[in-house]
Design a protein around this ligand. Structure first.
Ligand code: FAD
Length: 472
């Protein structure tokens, strides 16, 4: 009657189908693995610095929540393909359950592990957990996937997603010696032993020069409280994030202009189904605001739809002609961008907000990404990787898909000639300067000189695009 539930990007106890099913069968032991990719590159993308901090904190809360239910949570580090079967064996479980994941390299690993477990006589069940719409359940006529958001959204937005599952009932205690016996399994450790907080303290570039190196988590921790309990509070207050959304979502200075739920979704502290239900039943918001916000939840679904269908989306352009885009390789320009020293206040303020808080407002993400890829002509990989390392919501789907969208190589990208002008964007979305004044990493009087001219660099980007088209 014992089941092993393998937690991954679903760090919660409510609306957790795998956990609920496991409890229906009997008692549960849980595990979370800090996974290393295997020799063939299978498995999830290694967490960036800010995400490692979030994962560490969130796992501490999950550990407590599961323990309140009588469920031990084990931690292990290494290759999941070796660890999961070994643990299942040493614990003597009958079954292993998990929530499905959708990036091709993780799916390949999961199916390998599934086969090994089945060969060894374990039952294995996977469940929907982090999406409303699994990528293979929707396709346009005559094709296997959507490339444009609106038809995808029309096809899926009215779908029944089922009821939210309650937190399972507590279970009778598990014999501690059983859990203790897994200590012989070399990969098993405690939360600190996972080393999630090691090596996340490198200051770089402008910020390090101005303020000295420091640990990322020192500042990020002032802005966030990871874990399901704080997530539940945010869910209760969802109306705050949705109220006025259709008109204020582009105002970066307003802390409530968007919900700031992205890290909760990224780590599965809340499921998209919980959010959809809560949004639909929140009475105090207008239907326009609700609809606009729910539509964004489906943008996340669409990113996963693309990620599922395009392996290597983090370094291969969806529009293949972009393989020939003549990007420049300018370390100095990249360093200026990373450290918020471009001389364009909205870009610099955004990069500072990212560095200080591990999050950046969506409008400013678009502006900073456009500036890097178009005005500075740096490859979108470089920006994607910096965001991957610094965002608390760094997501295997949303991050590369959004970068490709801004860079023009995405499936549904805006026309290339739409180069965001950071000065006009600032006048439009931060007219009274509240955002820029709040985040600019230097006093306005000490502003660095702009590192490029906007008109010239826009022209250079359009010429590069023409060269790419002629080459293709
Ligand atoms: P809200 O506006 O309150 O939206 C609610 C939820 O809907 C979000 O939490 C998110 O899950 C989803 N969502 C909202 N906007 C988008 C969008 N444009 N695309 C996809 N899903 C969306 N989002 C991430 O979650 N992780 C990333 O790594 C990430 N990288 C990005 C990189 C770039 C260059 C850009 C332009 C955007 C990126 N986004 C990413 C999308 C978006 O900026 C964030 O999801 C959003 O800012 C999160 O804030 P919020 O939770 O307050 O969003």
């Amino acid at each position: 009657d014992l089941t092993l539930v393998w937690f991954r990007d679903d760090l919660r106890v409510s609306d957790h189908a795998a956990l609920t099913a496991a409890r229906a069968d009997g008692r549960v032991i849980a595990v979370w693995i800090r996974e290393t990719r295997d020799g063939q590159g299978l498995g999830p993308r290694p967490l960036g610095g800010a995400s490692r901090w979030w994962a560490h904190e969130s796992l501490a809360v999950l550990h407590q929540e599961l323990s309140d239910l009588g469920i031990p949570l084990l931690f292990a580090a290494g290759e999941a393909a070796a660890i999961v079967p070994r643990l299942a064996n040493s614990l003597g479980v009958g079954a292993v359950r998990w929530s499905r994941r959708y990036a091709p390299a993780s799916r390949a690993l999961d199916s390998q592990i599934k086969s090994v477990l089945r060969e060894r006589g374990f039952a294995v069940h996977s469940h929907i957990g982090s999406l409303l719409v699994e990528p293979w359940t929707v396709a346009p006529q005559g094709g296997d996937h959507y490339k444009v958001f609106t038809p995808f959204w029309k096809a899926v937005s009215g779908r029944e997603v089922g009821d939210v599952l309650p937190t399972p009932e507590p279970q009778s205690p598990i014999d501690p010696s059983l859990v203790e016996s897994t200590r012989d399994c070399a990969a098993v450790t405690d939360l600190d032993g996972l080393g999630l907080l090691d090596g996340t303290g490198t200051g770089s570039g402008h910020f390090a020069a101005v303020r000295g190196p420091r640990w990322w988590q020192d500042t990020i921790a002032c802005h966030w409280l990871p874990g399901t309990r704080a997530a539940a509070d945010q869910l209760d207050d969802l109306a705050v994030g949705i109220d006025g959304y259709s008109s204020t979502r582009d105002v970066p200075s307003d802390a409530n202009s968007t919900s700031r739920l992205s890290p909760r979704l990224r780590f599965g502290e809340l499921s998209p189904r919980q959010l959809l239900h809560a949004a639909q039943t929140t009475r105090s918001v207008t239907s326009d605001d609700r609809a606009a916000w729910v539509r964004q939840l489906y943008w996340r679904e669409f990113s996963w739809h693309l990620t599922y269908h395009y392996p290597d989306i983090d370094y291969t352009p969806i529009r293949s002609e972009f393989r020939n885009f003549p990007y420049e390789d300018d370390d100095e320009a990249l360093a200026h961008w990373r450290s918020g020293a471009t001389g364009y206040p909205l870009v610099d303020a955004g990069m500072a907000q990212l560095w200080e808080t591990g999050w950046m407002h969506n409008r400013v993400r678009m502006v900073t990404a456009s500036f890097l890829t178009k005005n500075l002509l740096q490859h979108w990989w470089c920006g994607e990787q910096w965001f991957w390392d610094t965002l608390v919501d760094a997501d295997e789907a949303n991050n590369p898909v959004s970068w490709q969208w801004v860079a023009g190589s995405g499936a549904d990208a805006a026309p290339y000639f739409r180069v965001f002008n950071p000065e006009r964007q600032r006048e439009r979305f931060d007219p009274d300067g509240t955002y820029v004044d709040g985040w600019l990493p230097y006093p306005p009087a000490a502003a660095p000189a702009p590192i490029v001219d906007l008109a010239d660099s826009r022209q250079a980007a359009l010429s590069a695009y023409d060269r790419m088209k002629n080459f293709s």
